[in-house]
Design a protein around this ligand. Structure first.
Ligand code: GLN
Length: 276
């Protein structure tokens, strides 16, 4: 079978499996299996594939038709124009979370200490440090596998020892430390919705996605714990679910914060900025 034929065949298989953007995924998976760039598929000679190459392609297709996210199959996800390693221990960075990075970069004063709580792949902390090398950037995660992934990403993207990593739940590993910006993308999906959410989500770490009490539990714990870790001019910047605007305003005010909520690029409420 030739490259042009396999693209058509795989595209049709994925379409039949109700995979969104089947042709793009076909090209991404095929170029990954052939260890080449996607644009080269069309540019190189339309050659016959070897049996081994066909086997490699089929292995990847089988994973995608089970709805495994393309980022896990490729082991990569672009975020903030940077190339991150991802695996099943970390949430796949979402484009809307780039707003959280923008706001952190905007609010952080020169040389300020900032922290990314629950860093996962390290996407937020590393993107912030990449844009603002003056900042003293810390990152935490409860999962040692996630932290290992974040460390690897930090070393590849920024070089060694540019970010200070701490293992533990929320603020636990930060005892006695204060930050001018605390940035958090907490798990905020209601566990009860898990069953009928997209199948892709079932591949991602539950601890990164789901939270109790209608998805609000972790957010409430972050708000409660943040006060003791902010400087006097500190800001807590947190991603929230698009139905959480009223909740977050009330929860923030209850702990003495003034809260503003910003929309993401799809016009949905997405990030809460809380000042003391
Ligand atoms: N925005 C993600 C989703 O709905 C959830 C990310 C999160 O819980 N922090 O898939």
């Amino acid at each position: 079978m030739r490259i042009s034929q396999i693209i058509r065949t795989v595209g049709a298989q994925l379409r039949e499996g109700s995979i969104p953007s089947p042709v793009m995924d076909a090209e991404l998976l095929i170029s990954h299996a052939l260890d080449t760039e996607r644009f080269r598929l069309h540019a190189v000679d339309d050659r016959e594939l070897t049996a081994d190459e066909l086997r490699r392609i089929n292995r990847l297709i089988r994973r995608r038709v089970q709805f495994e996210p393309i980022a896990y199959i490729l082991g990569r996800k672009e975020f903030y124009s940077l190339d991150f390693i991802v695996n099943r221990h970390v949430l796949i960075p979402r484009p809307e979370t780039e707003l959280l990075v923008d706001l952190t970069v905007y609010h952080a004063r020169q040389n300020a200490p900032v922290v990314d709580i629950g860093t996962g792949s390290g996407a937020i902390a590393i993107s912030v440090k990449h844009s603002r090398s003056d900042l003293e950037v810390h990152a935490t995660d409860i999962s040692s596998e996630a932290l290992a992934t974040a460390r690897k990403n930090a070393a590849r993207i920024l070089g060694r020892n540019r970010i200070r990593f701490h293992r533990g739940d929320l603020f636990k590993p930060l005892s006695g430390m204060r930050f001018q910006v605390i940035a958090v993308n907490p798990p905020y999906v209601d566990k009860k919705c898990a069953l009928w959410l997209q199948k892709d989500l079932s591949f991602e770490p539950e601890v990164a996605l789901f939270s109790g009490r209608k998805g609000r539990e972790t957010i409430e714990r972050v708000i409660a714990g943040s006060g003791g870790h902010l400087t006097d001019d500190g800001v807590l910047i947190m991603e929230i679910g698009d139905d959480m605007m009223d909740f977050i305003k009330k929860a923030g005010k209850g702990k003495g914060y003034s809260v503003s909520v910003l929309n993401d690029y799809s016009g949905l409420p997405r990030v809460a900025v809380m000042n003391r």
